[in-house]
Design a protein around this ligand. Sequence first.
Ligand SMILES: *Cc1c(COP(=O)(O)O)cnc(C)c1O
Length: 396
Amino acid sequence: MKVDINQELQQIQEKGLFRTLRTMNAASDPETILEGKKILLFSSNNYLGLANDPRLKEKAIEAIQQFGIGSGGSRLTTGNFCLHEQLEQDIAAFKGKEASLIFGSGFLANVGIISSLMESGDVILSDALNHASIIDGCRLSNADTLIYHHVDMNDLEKKLQRTSSYRRKLIVTDGVFSMDGNIAPLPAIVQLAQKYGAMVMVDDAHATGVLGKTGAGTAEYFGLTNQIELLMGTLSKSVGSEGGYVAASRSMIHYLRNKARTFIFQTSLSPGVIAASIEGIRIIHEERERRIQLLENAEFLRTGLKKAGFSLVDGTTPILAVLIGSAQDAVRFSKRLEEEGIFAPAIRPPTVPEGMSRIRLTVMATHRRGQLEYALQTFLKIGKEMNLLSANNLVY
Ligand SMILES: *Cc1c(COP(=O)(O)O)cnc(C)c1O
């Protein structure tokens, strides 16, 4: 039977779930250009502002001059440059592990790690709100996957109690969840992992460069670096570049290098991208003030929005989930924001539960106070306009 693509597309459209692309005409900075118009960007993962940092660009240009644009091969053939090895050493040191392995992206890292480590006869315990790439890694692995309720440790334990007959067990979680910006309860997860003989893998895409004394992420934040076997992350958010990685024991890295298909069968990342990542990690290490500024900016906006009467998912990270309610209202809110010069998307079902549609704001270290204040005023204006603020909350 011929599959009718147009019919399916129409169904997607009817459900209001048709996705389109927005076009940026400038770098991912607080002030950027969206489809020809100047706009304040409140939805980038460029948390520390490094994606357009002159020093990263300089290093990338130097590397391109010396090594070219394309690496020309996979790491196991002709694509293993001294730069890749340097970056892996730097990531291992940054994360406090023996070794690390780079992948083409965070998505490919999750898919490759989980599917090579776990197989039929194994069991994976995965948080209900984990990133899509974790979900796909689980699916590809042929292991049984038990989804526990979001950050619900009672449910995790209940599920672990049923796993005694499995060979290998893995608990996998986002360190910071991308939609709510909340932090995974790693101390409880590690405790349960030890009790039931499971390994732990944390995806710190949103926590790297953000949380912990040196910005190493949630494991450092909780002092659990040695108790968590696999510290996965991306170079495409705080680090300002591109690529994914995992930091782990030397033997784990040897294993993944031999088994992870997304590592083995992909051309290695371009030298320019690798050199930029090395510089990004160096800057994260040396410029603690960026991280402090980032968290201060997040706190300023979070406190202001709450004071104005909005409800936000509790948290301390640069991801701010401002609850609006219905999908229609969230979409309208986002559209009004854009008319006022602010770019922040509405997040709707099925990404979030019905009635929990929201505006998802991300803050950058490079946002200036005036820009944050403007965002606050604009939220207040639209909130009043749409009758979303209860009168007794209006302290402004
Ligand atoms: C962004 C993200 C990824 C994917 O990383 P890329 O480098 O963009 O492929 C994986 N996990 C989480 C939690 C993320 O937020």
